[in-house]
Design a protein around this ligand. Structure first.
Ligand code: C2E
Ligand code: CA
Ligand code: CA
Length: 767
């Protein structure tokens, strides 16, 4: 889940971004709708206020007309014409909105006129096209009637006429009072009810003449005032249709309602508006507003700017957050990748790194290169004897030296433990040999770790691409085989060869077969007599034999080494001890004589936990006398931790066992060490006996060993005695015991029985 999230971090970011955008749009849309709603109510309110103000304005005019009616007329007609003229003059002076006042008879002829009007331009009101319809209406109605606005030549101005019929007691019209209002003065009142962008128009009902247009004054647009608005114009241009479809009402219904109807309207010129229509019933007027929807944008844009700024801010913060998380994750995964591909201790790249990078070495047409498999010699001993802490410090230093002594471009890998791998562009055998020698020299230099000095050996196996393999595992396996070969000589290097491969194959098969050798009953014991000076039997050395169905007879030296290397030695060792003791124990019982039994103990058995206890237990089960058992060890044992070896030997000795130092003279035991060891016998190595008679140096060596051994109180056994002359010479030199083909080859138990029987040998163990 976490991994998935990491992978999709940016996807998550884009999802959030998308959701944020959707939210932004949603909020913005809602704000738009809110502003639109506000503007609609604002327009409704405006319309209502306008209608009230208009009503109020015309009530004032009507009151004026009523007052005139009262003052001027008696039942039959005008009281006093001069008085009326004075009244007109006063009124016109007091009320600047008034352009002129007239009184006409019911037939439309002017009877009396204020001085502001030019009498030459006067026409009969009933017949003039501008006033006829309003005049006719005034004759019929009780209240004041508003006429269409027109340019009055008598006054030389645009006026709005108002007519009111004067009636006698029988309601018969006796005259018509008319007021001409300066249209501009009415305009100035309505002007207060519009703001920028919003248009106000006022129409007369029925005739549908426009008496006011806020943006288009009559002086400039006379045609707007001199022609009525057709039904078609009203519906399509002035939003009548929208009123019907959106507000679901009609002009007729609106006449009954006192409220304005406000709707959205898309005009044919492509603009869209919020419009309102309201009827003023007292004076039969229509108040009509146009507010462009652009106003909504003007108002909402502030919110939108805040939205966008907030969104951008949040977006930047979130982006920064994601960016940081991503950067941390990237760095973490980079670190993890580095850690996964590098060894913690030496900081060298590891096997995983090698796997990853091998494609840059192996590809079609890649130049040849070499692979070095490097293994430190006996590094385990350093770890075991001085502890892992020092072992680690040495490994770090080894890694440094490896890097320093290789040519540029070499890849050095820690393969694990004390193993390293190198990929080097060098291919030439001579140069590689030279490099290897230098490397061995560099690694073999003493290491000073926390005041202590150590030396470490190294074995190098080399394989070459493409000669020894074209795949990494083939090259590594080849280098490994070569390394194993080099390991035999220690501190050396070897190139991979097909012979080595064959050897390695045989080794593998042998190891495999050896694992089942005990179960398949392929292991047997043979015994080689050890003879005293006088020819009597001193004892026998138990030697193992392995006859395998696939491989035939295998030399013990070969398979013992494999057993040691593959960890099989303790198991095989237990088998040897058990069988040798059982067989020789029963033989001794059978012939009623006692002689020594020498058993070879490998270094690997010695190191095994509980070795001493198991060994003693086996002797007890086999019911052999411990003093008749000789343990053969080699000097190689002393490479191991000496204290531990000495303690083990001491325990064996205390139990009454004898200890013999095998192959003596080939190793490197010092005189000082020999003195410390609880041993009973020295076995001169057969290589000295072989050349005893032909090589003076060998003779000198044998002499020295005998003298040394005697001085330290050990008995001396010579092995590999093949000729009588050798026996004679050794005898002269003071050797105590003899073993070799001259007396007998190693043989199975039944042959040993016959050997002892036929020789009728005296026997007894006294090492
Ligand atoms: P080693 O312990 O030095 O055993 C003596 C070897 O010398 C034996 O070889 C024996 O057959 C051989 N030998 C005896 N007399 C003569 C002679 O006159 N001339 C010649 N040329 N050789 C003679 P083998 O049995 O082949 O064993 C070889 C090595 O294998 C042994 O050397 C020992 O290191 C190892 N080995 C054999 N059996 C055992 C065993 O049971 N346990 C252990 N740990 N190692 C064993
Ligand atoms: Ca031996
Ligand atoms: Ca030996």
């Amino acid at each position: 889940m976490k991994h998935l999230l990491k992978k999709n971090l940016w996807t998550l970011f884009y999802i959030l971004l998308g959701m944020g955008l959707v939210l932004l749009m949603l909020i913005s849309y809602m704000q738009y709708k809110n502003v639109e709603k506000d503007l609609r109510s604002e327009l409704a309110y405006l319309s209502k206020s306008t209608s009230e103000a208009t009503n109020h304005y015309f009530i004032q005019q009507e009151i004026l007309l009523n007052i005139l009616d009262k003052h001027i007329f008696e039942d039959e007609g005008i009281k006093d014409k001069d008085h009326v003229r004075r009244l007109f003059r006063n009124l016109l002076q007091m009320n600047p909105a008034l352009a002129g006042i007239s009184i006409s008879d019911p037939e439309g002829d002017i009877v009396l006129l204020s001085k502001t009007c030019n009498p030459d331009e006067l026409h009969n009101l009933k017949h003039s096209k501008e006033s006829c319809s309003a005049f006719e209406k005034a004759l019929k109605e009780k209240g004041m009637v508003i006429g269409r606005a027109f340019y009055d030549k008598a006054i030389n101005e645009w006026i709005l006429p108002l007519h009111k019929a004067v009636r006698d007691d029988n309601s018969k019209v006796i005259a018509v009072l008319s007021l001409g209002l300066h249209l501009s003065s009415a305009r100035s009142i309505w002007k207060a009810y519009t703001d920028s962008g919003t248009e106000l128009e006022i129409f007369l009902d029925d005739s549908w003449y426009r008496i006011y247009h806020s943006d288009k004054p009559p002086g400039k647009y006379p045609e707007l005032y001199s022609k009525p608005v057709t039904k078609q114009q009203r519906y399509s241009e002035e939003g009548g249709e929208a009123i019907e479809t959106e507000a679901n009402t009609t002009f007729e219904e609106l006449k009954k309602s006192k409220k304005p109807s406000v709707v959205l309207f898309d005009s044919p010129n492509g603009e869209s508006y919020i419009i309102s229509w309201q009827y003023v019933p007292d004076y039969k007027l229509w108040i009509h507003y146009h507010m462009p929807t652009g106003k909504i944008f003007d108002k909402v844009s502030n919110y939108w700017i805040i939205n966008i700024v907030s969104f951008l801010f949040i977006f930047i913060v979130v982006y920064y957050l994601f960016y940081t998380i991503n950067a941390i994750e990237k760095r973490k995964s980079k670190e993890l990748l580095y850690q996964a591909m590098h060894d913690n201790l030496t900081k060298l790249p590891n096997r995983m790194y090698l796997q990853k990078k091998i494609d840059s070495w192996i590809y079609d047409g890649a130049p040849p290169f070499s692979v070095g498999f490097i293994d430190l010699d006996n590094f385990k001993n350093i770890n075991d004897s001085i502890g892992h802490h020092y072992g680690d410090l040495i490994l770090v230093e080894v890694a440094k030296r490896l890097k320093a002594s290789m040519p540029k471009g070499t890849m050095v890998i820690r393969h694990g433990g004390d193993e390293f791998i190198m990929l080097c562009h060098e291919y030439d055998i001579d140069k590689l040999s030279e490099n290897s020698r230098l490397l061995i020299e560099a690694i073999s230099q003493p290491y000073e770790v926390e005041g202590m000095e150590f030396t470490v050996g190294v074995s190098i196996g080399i394989s070459r691409y493409p000669l020894d393999g074209t795949k990494l595992f083939e090259l590594l396996s080849a280098a490994d085989i070569a390394m194993y070969h080099a390991k035999r000589s220690k501190n050396s290097f070897a190139f991979f060869t097909s012979e080595l491969k064959a050897m390695r194959n045989r080794y593998s098969i042998m190891e495999h077969e050896l694992r089942n050798a005990i179960e398949k009953d392929e292991l047997t014991m043979v015994y080689q007599p050890q003879i005293r000076k006088d020819g009597t039997l001193h004892g026998v050395e138990a030697l193992i034999r392995w006859e395998n169905s696939r491989l035939g007879q295998i030399h013990p030296e070969e398979f013992i080494k494999i057993a040691e290397e593959s960890g099989l030695m303790p198991k095989i060792g237990r088998y040897i001890t058990k069988h040798a003791i059982e067989e020789i124990g029963s033989l001794q019982k059978k012939i009623g004589a006692e002689f020594c039994l020498a058993i070879n103990i490998s270094i690997r058995q010695f190191n095994e936990k509980g070795f001493v206890e198991t060994f003693i237990e086996t002797i007890q089960t086999g019911a052999m006398n411990p003093s008749h058992i000789v343990i053969e060890i080699t000097e190689s044992l002393f490479i191991e931790e000496l204290e531990f070896i000495l303690a083990t030997l001491q325990k064996l000795k205390e139990y009454g066992l004898n200890i013999s130092l095998d192959d003596f003279g080939t190793g490197y035991s010092s005189l000082g060490m020999l003195k410390k060891l609880p041993i009973d016998e020295l076995k001169i190595d057969k290589s000295f006996i072989e050349t005893l008679l032909v090589d003076n140096e060998s003779e000198a060596m044998v002499k020295a060993i005998i003298t040394l051994g005697k001085t330290l109180g050990f008995s001396i056994l010579a092995e590999g005695v093949e000729e009588e002359e050798q026996f004679t010479r050794l005898n002269e030199l003071g050797c105590d015991l003899y073993q070799g083909y001259f007396f007998s080859k190693p043989m199975p138990l039944n042959e040993l029985y016959h050997f002892i029987d036929s020789q009728n040998m005296e026997s007894g163990c006294s090492v």
